[in-house]
Design a protein around this ligand. Structure first.
Ligand SMILES: [Zn+2]
Length: 164
């Protein structure tokens, strides 16, 4: 998808911010961030939180396995010591809630949108790329204990602006 906000300056900004966060937490940031820079501050706070937990639990291990955007939400996958499971899970949920209301491109206040045909993204008005507001709700009938899932519900705002 061509996006006019993605240029060399933006790419440089992303690389510099990634390098800065990795330098701050060299042992924790061992994967790339598969999302745009608007969410990097959220990821940084997540790693700040993980670092605090590791100070409280010397000997515990943590390994980030994947950090990415999916269906307009943030996904922070890791494995490590069982003692960290619950507190890291709390940090993940905080990050998810924050990302759901933060533009993935610039970090301003954002909302979930459907851009084009079924491309979900959390964006501000400036970076909406013609996308229509959407929302998600917790699943009711398909919930599986222990597995967190979301069902995206597309709510069209205006019918005749599909091609924006
Ligand atoms: Zn934005």
């Amino acid at each position: 998808m061509m996006s006019d906000w993605y240029d060399k300056d933006y790419s440089d900004h992303m690389n510099a911010e990634y390098a800065r966060i990795r330098a701050k937490h060299p042992k924790l940031v061992t994967v790339h961030f598969e999302c745009n820079a608007g969410w990097y501050p959220i990821i940084e706070r997540y790693f700040d939180g993980v670092a605090e937990l590791l100070e409280k639990h010397p000997g515990a291990t943590f390994r980030a396995s994947q950090i990415k955007e999916k269906l307009g939400g943030i996904r922070l996958y890791s494995d490590g010591s069982p003692v960290l499971c619950e507190p890291v899970g709390k940090l993940v949920r905080e990050a998810e809630i924050e990302a759901d209301r933060t533009c993935e491109v610039c970090g301003a206040a954002g909302a979930l949108r459907v851009i084009g045909v079924g491309f979900y993204a959390t964006r501000c008005d400036t970076h909406a790329e013609g996308g229509q507001l959407a929302t998600w709700q917790e699943p009711t009938e398909i919930a599986v204990p222990g597995i967190e899932a979301r069902v995206r519900i597309h709510i069209p705002a205006k019918k005749d602006e599909d091609d924006g």
